[in-house]
Design a binder for this molecule. Structure first.
Ligand code: KG4
Ligand code: ZN
Length: 357
């Protein structure tokens, strides 16, 4: 029997199994992360090896360095995830891996590693779309959360307002027309001379500053739920250049706080519009979740929580460690994929632009 035929049989059995344990690997960018997740909801282990130190010297992720570091870390990190969960490759039901989107070399390292492991162990391999993984982190954090719900997806490469209509079913309602929210934070951080990774550092610095110290323009975007950040970024760059030319010491905390407030305002205003439009259409029991690295942002969490409280909408956001890249979110998404889709053939390839919608 071929690997694929056996996989199909195993998947059919797993769909009726009470407890399904998945070993998942995430290598789409600069984190080599592995986890063991039970039934898409329970984290048995979650190991994240961050490559930050390797890339910090260059001020950003260097793709070749990332691929090599993933290659060196895959075996160690997956082994650690199994050990921490008290499992072995034998006791695991299926494997999962991020197929895309992301850096092609980084993705390929993970996909090839897991294909080898799946073939050797004779277990099905479930491919996962990275953003679907981020959204699924909410299922780990809130076991009671079930679709449908709205979700603000904000990461380094994506800014979407989406509807999760069912497990594995997404509808795009709004998106950024230029930069992603995380990208905007990273670029602004660079303007302030903060080291990589900029987003979290901007967030920490902003906590000490006055968000009303500087006024930044209100972005314009075509669709009602679309966002835009490139104008904000340019205005911020011009502001910092003007202050620098005056020879004054930069009030970095105030600058960071003002920029963060402007980005969060843009995101929450669009979320507010969506919530109000839905409420007007008579949608009862609205729920709003957040996903992606930028949902670790303190101010965005506060603003979204306040918005949802004001509008009477139930609000969900994973703890910060599950917002940024991790293996557990991939293991969760893989479980819900297992229930409805087939496993990957051995010809599975990394897809750097794999879409969700
Ligand atoms: O979701 P993620 O870990 O990777 C991608 O799929 O892109 O998101 C990374 C992005 C980076 O741009 C990073 O600067 C940003 O999320 N980020 C933050 C914070 N933590 C991570 N941005 C603002 N505030 C944070 N606390
Ligand atoms: Zn991510």
């Amino acid at each position: 029997m071929t690997y694929e035929a056996r996989s199909r049989e195993q998947m059919a059995v797993l769909r009726g199994k009470e407890t399904v344990r998945i070993l998942a690997l995430e290598t789409s960018c600069d984190e080599t992360a592995a986890a063991v997740v039970e039934n898409g909801r329970k984290i048995r282990s979650n190991v994240v090896f961050s490559q930050i130190d390797l890339h910090a010297l260059y001020g950003g992720v260097v793709p070749e360095i990332a691929s090599r570091a993933h290659m060196e870390a895959c075996a160690r990190v997956t082994g650690e995830a199994l050990r921490e969960a008290g499992e072995t490759l034998d006791s695991i039901d299926a494997l999962a891996v991020t197929q895309g989107p992301g850096l092609v070399g980084a993705l390929l390292t993970g996909v090839n590693y897991m294909k080898g492991l799946a073939f050797a162990a004779g277990k099905p391999l479930i491919p996962v779309q990275h953003i679907e993984g981020h959204i699924s982190a909410n299922f780990l954090a809130a076991p009671e959360l079930v679709p449908p719900f709205l979700c603000l997806v904000v990461s380094g490469g994506h800014s979407h307002l989406a509807e999760v209509s069912d497990y594995g079913e997404y509808r795009l309602l709004g998106r950024t027309v230029d930069d992603a929210a995380g990208e905007a934070f990273d670029k602004a951080a660079r303007v302030l001379g903060l080291p990589y990774p900029g987003g979290p550092r901007m967030d920490v610095l902003a906590e000490e500053g006055n968000p009303e110290a500087f006024e930044l323009p209100k972005p314009k975007a075509p669709g009602p739920y679309d966002t835009s950040f490139s104008g904000l970024k340019t205005a911020f760059l011009n502001l910092v250049n003007r202050l620098t030319l005056r020879g004054e010491e930069l009030p970095k905390a105030d600058l960071a706080a003002s920029f963060r407030a402007a980005v969060c305002r843009e995101l929450t205003e669009k979320a507010e519009r969506l919530i109000r439009d839905r409420a007007r259409c008579g949608s009862p029991g609205l729920r709003m979740a957040m996903a992606g690295g930028v949902s670790a942002n303190r101010e965005l969490r506060r603003q979204m929580a306040a918005l949802c409280a004001r509008e009477g909408v139930e609000f969900f956001v994973p703890p910060p460690a599950l917002c940024t890249d991790n293996g557990a979110m991939i293991g969760s998404a893989a479980y819900f994929s297992l229930l409805r889709r087939e496993a990957a053939p051995l010809s599975l390839n990394a897809e750097p632009s794999l879409p969700l919608f």
